[in-house]
Design a protein around this ligand. Sequence first.
Ligand code: AMP
Ligand code: FE
Ligand code: FE
Ligand code: ZN
Length: 290
Amino acid sequence: MDIAFRNSGCIDLHIHSTASDGSFSPLEIIEAARKIGLRAVAITDHDTVDGSAEALSLPRSHSIEILSGIEISADFPSGTMHILGYLIRVDDSALRRTLKTVQDARAKRNLKIVGKLQDLGVDIRYNEVIEVSGGGQVGRPHIAQVLVHKGVVQSVDEAFKKLLRRGGAAYVSRYRLLPAEAIQMILKAGGVPVLAHPFTLNAKNETELESILVDLKQAGLKGVEVYNSDHTLEHKNRYERLALRHGLLLTGGTDFHGTAKPGVQLGIGKGNLRIPYRLVEELKKSIVKV
Ligand code: AMP
Ligand code: FE
Ligand code: FE
Ligand code: ZN
C-alpha cells in the first residue's frame, strides 16, 4: 500500500515552512501534501503568518484545502507553551503589529545567543545563521544547524541539550506574549486558538494540566492539539479526555519541520498518525457560532 492511499482524506494542521524553522517552502509543502493525498493542511510557523499567507496565495486546487495558521510561543516559565491559531485573517493589522514586536524581540535575542556562543569560544557569525535560515524567521534550530555544520556538536538535539535549551550555557530568554494575549490576538484576528502539544507545559500530573486548561479556556482557548507526532498513546488519550470534558475542540498535526526534524513525515508523523478531516469541519463550525 502506498503512502498516498494511506493518507487519503486525512489532514495535517501543524506544519513548519522556511518562513520559520522548517526546511521546505510553502509551495513544496503544499505540493507534497497534495501528492500524498491530504485533504486539508495548515502551515503553522513560529510567530509568523508569512508561510501561511504564501500557501494561501498559491493557485487554488480543489484537491486540497488550505487553512490559515500560526504557532505563537507564549510566556510560561515552568515549561514551553505554544498556542496554535487557525482560520485567522492573515492580513489583520493588529495581528501583524503584534507579531512585528515579537519578531523584533526574537531577532535581538538571536544576536545575543550568537554573542554568548562567541564568548564561549565558538567561532560563529550571525550571517552564517541567516544563511541557514533561508531568509525566514530565525530561531534556535538554525543556530543549532550552524553548530552541527561546524562540528561543535554532533546533532541539533545535542546543540539544544548542551547550549541552547532554557538554562543552557548560551540560552537567552526573550519577550513573549502572555498566554491570554496570544489567545486574544488570535480571536481578534477571527481565528481559533488551540493549545499545541500540551506535554511541553511540563505539568506534574493530569490535575495540574486540567487546571491550566481551565484557565486558558477562561482566557478564550477553543481547542487542544490531541494528535501530534510527539504524543504517546497515553498523551493522546489524556488530551482527548480533557478536551471532551471541557468542551474544547480536538485538533492534530505532525509538527513537520522537514529535514530540520528528522523522523517526522508530513501527514503521518512517525508513521502512524491518521488525522480525520471531520476535525476541520468542527473547527469551521466553531467560527460560525461566534
Ligand atoms: P525558538 O523558536 O528559537 O525559541 O526555538 C524553539 C524551536 O526549536 C521549537 O519550536 C522547536 O521547533 C525547536 N526545538 C526545540 N528543542 C529542540 C530539540 N531538542 N531538537 C530540535 N529542535 C528543537
Ligand atoms: Fe519549530
Ligand atoms: Fe510547537
Ligand atoms: Zn510546531
